[in-house]
Design a protein around this ligand. Structure first.
Ligand code: ATP
Ligand code: ATP
Length: 184
C-alpha cells in the first residue's frame, strides 16, 4: 500500500459524511435491555462477532441508551439468567450519538481523543433539534471550516433522553480507517 494511496484516501475522506461510511441500522446487531442473557442469547452474541452491542429500551430500536461490551460478560455465569439491562447498567458505557451529516473527519478527531471509538448515527437534524441548537448549519460550503465548527459544536456527549430520534446507523473507527486505506 503506497503512501500516495493513503493520501488520496485522506482527500476523499474530506468530502465524506458519517452516513457515507456507517453501517446501516438494519445491519446493526443490537439487544433489548429486557433480554435475558441465557445460553441462547450468549450464542447469538458470540456468533455476531461484535465486541460492542447497542442496547435499546423495551422493543424500541430507536431508543438506544447504552452499550454492552462483550468483555462485560466475562464474569456472568451461564445459568444466572441475568438481563442485558443489569449488565449494561452496571458497566455504564458511554454512548455518543452523532448526526448523519457530520463530516467523517470531525468524528475522527473525536475518536482520536480516545474515550470511545463507536457512535450511533441519527437522522439529520434529530441530533441538532435535541442539542440546544449548537449544531452548525449544513449549507456551509467550506468542508474544513465545517469540520472544525462541528468539532466544537458537537461536544455534547450524552445521548439525548426521551426525545424521538431516528437512528440510521452505527459507525466505528474501523469504518473510517477502512475508508482511508481503500483508495484505489
Ligand atoms: P473490534 O475490532 O474492536 O473487535 P468489532 O469487530 O466489534 O470490534 P469494529 O472492528 O469496530 O467492530 O467494526 C467492524 C465493522 O463492524 C464496522 O463496519 C462497524 O460499523 C461494524 N460494527 C461494529 N459493531 C457492530 C454491531 N454491533 N452491529 C453491526 N455492525 C457493527
Ligand atoms: P475500543 O477501542 O474498541 O472502543 P477498548 O478500549 O476496549 O475498546 P482498545 O481501543 O483496543 O480497546 O484499547 C484502548 C487502550 O487500552 C489502548 O491504548 C490499548 O493499548 C489498551 N489496552 C487494551 N487492552 C489492553 C491490555 N490487555 N493491557 C493493557 N492495555 C490494553
Amino acid at each position: 500500500l503506497s503512501t500516495l494511496k493513503i493520501a488520496i484516501g485522506a482527500m476523499e475522506l474530506i468530502k465524506k459524511s458519517v452516513k457515507d461510511v456507517m453501517t446501516d441500522i438494519d445491519d446493526v446487531f443490537m439487544l433489548s435491555e429486557d433480554q435475558v442473557l441465557n445460553a441462547e442469547t450468549m450464542t447469538k452474541i458470540s456468533d455476531s462477532g461484535y465486541t460492542r452491542i447497542p442496547v435499546y429500551e423495551g422493543n424500541n430500536r430507536n431508543k438506544v441508551k447504552n452499550l454492552l461490551y462483550v468483555t462485560d460478560l466475562a464474569l456472568i455465569g451461564k445459568d444466572n439468567n441475568i438481563t442485558v439491562k443489569a449488565v449494561a447498567g452496571f458497566n455504564k458505557r458511554r454512548l455518543r450519538i452523532v448526526d448523519e451529516n457530520m463530516p467523517v473527519l470531525a468524528l475522527m478527531d473525536e475518536f482520536k481523543m480516545g474515550e470511545y471509538h463507536l457512535a450511533m448515527v441519527a437522522k439529520a437534524h434529530d441530533v441538532k433539534k435535541h442539542h440546544h441548537g449548537k449544531f452548525v448549519d449544513d449549507k456551509m460550503d467550506n468542508f474544513i471550516m465545517k469540520s472544525m465548527k462541528l468539532v466544537e459544536a458537537t461536544m455534547l456527549p450524552e445521548a439525548p433522553e426521551d426525545h424521538a430520534i431516528t437512528l440510521v446507523g452505527l459507525i466505528t473507527l474501523e469504518d473510517i480507517t477502512e475508508e482511508l486505506l481503500q483508495a484505489e
